[in-house]
Ligand binder design. Structure first.
Ligand SMILES: CC(C)(COP(=O)(O)OP(=O)(O)OC[C@H]1O[C@@H](n2cnc3c(N)ncnc32)[C@H](O)[C@@H]1OP(=O)(O)O)[C@@H](O)C(=O)NCCC(=O)NCCS
Length: 151
């Protein structure tokens, strides 16, 4: 269980998100790229501990239409190393799903993850995601595993 506060990403959060990117990814997104998270079809939630942003999740959302259920693609999820294994990653995913599915309507969530990223894959599996495919050399140096969750 985490005591983190989770709320929508605002433009004022983007520098903190860029710092998280620097700490968590070999190909960090800059503030200019992260700006998409503040307007549809993209969105994002950040997690705060003691007033500091320590993690975030970003997505692209496609509303239901033409007989198709709503879909979301997770673009990024990251938690600063010092704040990991406290339930923040899972809390961000739970909050994202609750936000995109307030009425309990069908929702499919998709994501790609590096084949070597066991921590993220264990997180996704613990949240009910299922591995359904592989994208060979998707990251250039590495395959991507495709995960999905159908609610
Ligand atoms: C993946 C990541 C977001 C997880 O964040 P987190 O806040 O540590 O995750 P949680 O504490 O909510 O963990 C939830 C569950 O995920 C699994 N998990 C998380 N980190 C794990 C690890 N290092 N090893 C094994 N299982 C792990 C566990 O099942 C854990 O439950 P438990 O702690 O009760 O055993 C974090 O490790 C991270 O930011 N990694 C770098 C960025 C990244 O790889 N993002 C994903 C890109 S696709």
């Amino acid at each position: 269980m985490t005591a983190a506060i989770i709320r929508p990403v605002t433009p004022e959060d983007l520098a903190a998100l860029a710092a998280i990117e620097q700490a968590c990814f070999p190909d960090p997104w800059a503030v200019s790229a992260l700006g998409i998270l503040t307007a549809p079809p993209y969105g994002g939630l950040c997690a705060l501990l003691d007033g500091a942003v320590v993690g975030y999740v970003g997505w692209m959302f496609i509303p239901a239409g033409d007989g198709m259920a709503a879909e979301a693609e997770i673009t990024r999820i990251a938690v600063l190393p010092a704040a990991r294994r406290c339930g923040i990653g899972r809390a961000l995913l739970d909050a994202m799903i609750a936000r995109l599915r307030p009425d309990g309507a069908p929702l499919s969530v998709y994501l790609d993850v590096r084949a070597s990223n066991c921590a993220a894959q264990t997180l996704y599996a613990s949240c009910g995601f299922v591995r359904h495919g592989v994208r060979p050399r998707f990251y250039g140096d590495e395959d991507a595993f495709e995960y999905s969750l159908h609610l």
